[in-house]
Design a binder for this molecule. Sequence first.
Ligand code: ZN
Length: 417
Amino acid sequence: MLTISKYTFGVGDRFAHQAQAQLRACMKAAEHGVTVVPVWNKSNREHTIIGSEPSSVRTAADAAVKALGWTKPYHVDADHIRLETVDRFVAPSDFFTIDVADNIGKSADPAAVKAFVDRHPQLVGELNIAGIDTAFRTTRADVERVAAKYLNAVQEAGRIYRHIAAAKGEGNFITEVSMDETDHPQTPPELLVILAALAAEGIPLQTIAPKFTGRFNKGVDYVGDVRQFEKEFNDDLAVIAFAVKAFGLPASLKLSVHSGSDKFSIYPAIRTALRRYDAGVHVKTAGTNWLEEVIGLAEAGGAGLDMAKDIYVQALGKLDALCAPYATVIDIDAKKLPSEAEVRGWSSQQFTAALRHDQSNPGFNPSLRQLIHVGFKVAAQMGDKYLKMLESCEASVSRNVTANLYDRHIKPLFIDG
Ligand SMILES: [Zn+2]
């Protein structure tokens, strides 16, 4: 079976120009003795907004690996696919994020629920899991309720998995199931039932993306109770270790943290928990890389800075339309958004201070950052003009892309010293 490495990092590259800069961040980790495997991910939603094809992600990844001589594994992730969107991803991808969040809560066949609970008597009653202080105490009715909520989603994941396996062959790809794009977090006892059901469905699951407690807004820090997150994350790791043995899931199974970029306040908790359990993790980042492109343009000054300003000004003019698809994952305070006139007068340094995710910088403006985060459609509409500018500002863009991934993300999570 194609087995996922312990530490993997989802790197989004919306305009297919940063694969080398992203790979350089993984090479820096390797220089410090830590293997962080890059996974280039791009969702169907991003492809649709930009007008790109999944094969372009594979082309860019292969070219970067070849150019830099990377000899460790790397993958291309068909991110957030469903049965109706997966087909054009099948050939170029070797990692599939099967998104079944929309099926959560859809009614499941009562006979299937009963059969599932009958086959898993160990889920009912008192369950002690190594690493979790308080035993799970569940009644048969509790397990039936959780199974009824998630079984439809699990069965849909099975249909999508088998559809991919029929085309690519079993064992030739990595399977993730994502349930993060929903309103309510899955608790560790729910995760246990979900994993039992995914195993019973015959899915060789290697990463699972639950919805965690708190808000994972795009491109900015975690909002929520860090201690509660820490407990949940630790308990999830304990549940996964238990489920691997109890249900025969792949030993490589690990958590996947979606919208994982920029969540600086929870990285220490994640780091400590991974060490405690000797566990792996997959962290997905996407838009943070596009934001670094804009920072790189601004830092270059001249025409690059002008284009960065154009992107902001146009995004400001389309505020409502750009934010609508992301309403649940952004928190923009419109009153804090600077006017066109103000931004037109900014220097490189003022623009990058507002946009770069450095919370200690008094110029940092999270509302502006989130607006530009969802504003990549503006750059997509600029077409070749935007791509040409990326190329002429390549030095400052790639410097920022690499530094952001390595210094602010990979280093605090994985690197000692
Ligand atoms: Zn996601």
